[in-house]
Design a protein around this ligand. Structure first.
Ligand code: F6R
Length: 261
């Protein structure tokens, strides 16, 4: 795992978008794993800008989102399909047929999860997985006690996640209590992981995720097992990292260090 600390959220977001763009330049048919949430809105705005102003090409890219609420149709404003179309897909030249999210209104949710895994495998696996972190340490919707080898499946959301996301609904009580999510094992199979975390309110959970013991109680700790995981944070989110000076030192002193490699 490498931790890159930037001065502020904008710099952290811009680096994240640059790294995604770089991966797409190197491999135009990149398979991207995508996340939703407040943190990612700025990343997608920056990717859209890179498309519009620097011709970042999405025409051959494929995407798989981490999760979707069970019971919300794609046209529902709070569904993650709606979010992705709104924040990214309609603003770039991606072929919508190459964009995938679990279907939260599938008749057979278990089969939907199984097919989602098959589709990821058929596309050659995820080249670059983008992640945020939830207040309870989830990645995707892998809530506490998610097996570290779990696959795409349905999951009950915790009260902490309900408190985090329900204010985004017109009527908070309408937020579904279950979601389909890629598993921790699915995420760990992606070739590269970028986790973006900004803001002081994420500093405690970030410190546990990066420097604490690996535990299924905090699914983000599983990223310590990934051979190529980059965690990009701002100073506020980094404030509780014990080895913060060391991470800065690596960045400033390692002559061969190149996040774009
Ligand atoms: C959503 C997802 C979640 C979010 C996390 C942080 O697709 O993967 O794990 O990344 O809940 O959300 P925000 O950015 O809203 O704090």
């Amino acid at each position: 795992m490498e931790v890159i600390i930037r001065d502020d959220a904008t710099a952290a977001v811009n680096l994240t978008a640059r790294l995604i763009a770089e991966a797409m330049h190197k491999k135009p048919s990149t398979v991207l794993g995508l996340a939703t949430g407040r943190t990612m809105e700025a990343v997608y705005a920056e990717l859209a800008r890179l498309h519009q102003e620097e011709k970042l090409d999405f025409s051959l890219a494929k995407t798989f989102n981490l999760d979707e609420y069970i019971g919300l149709p794609p046209e529902n404003k709070n569904s993650y399909r709606y979010y992705m179309n709104y924040h990214l897909f309609k603003n770039v030249n991606i072929d919508l047929r190459n964009t995938h999210l679990p279907n939260g209104i599938a008749d057979n949710i278990d089969l939907e999860c199984e097919n989602y895994e098959k589709l990821i495998a058929e596309c050659g696996g995820i080249d670059l997985q983008l992640l945020g972190i939830g207040r309870d340490g989830h990645i995707g919707f892998n809530e506490p006690l998610s097996a570290l080898r779990s696959r795409t499946r349905s999951k009950s959301l915790t009260p902490v996640t309900f408190a985090q996301n329900s204010p985004l609904f017109d009527r908070p009580e309408d937020m579904p209590k279950r979601a389909i999510t890629m598993g921790v094992g699915t995420v760990l199979e992606s070739k590269r992981v970028l986790m973006l975390v900004v803001g002081e309110e994420k500093s405690s959970i970030l410190a546990k995720a990066v420097e604490g013991p690996v535990t299924s109680m905090i699914s983000a700790t599983a990223l310590q097992l990934h051979p190529r995981c980059t965690v990009i944070v701002d100073e506020a989110a980094a404030s509780k990292l014990k080895e913060k000076d060391y991470y800065h030192w690596i960045f400033n002193n390692e002559p061969d260090w190149d996040p774009y490699r």
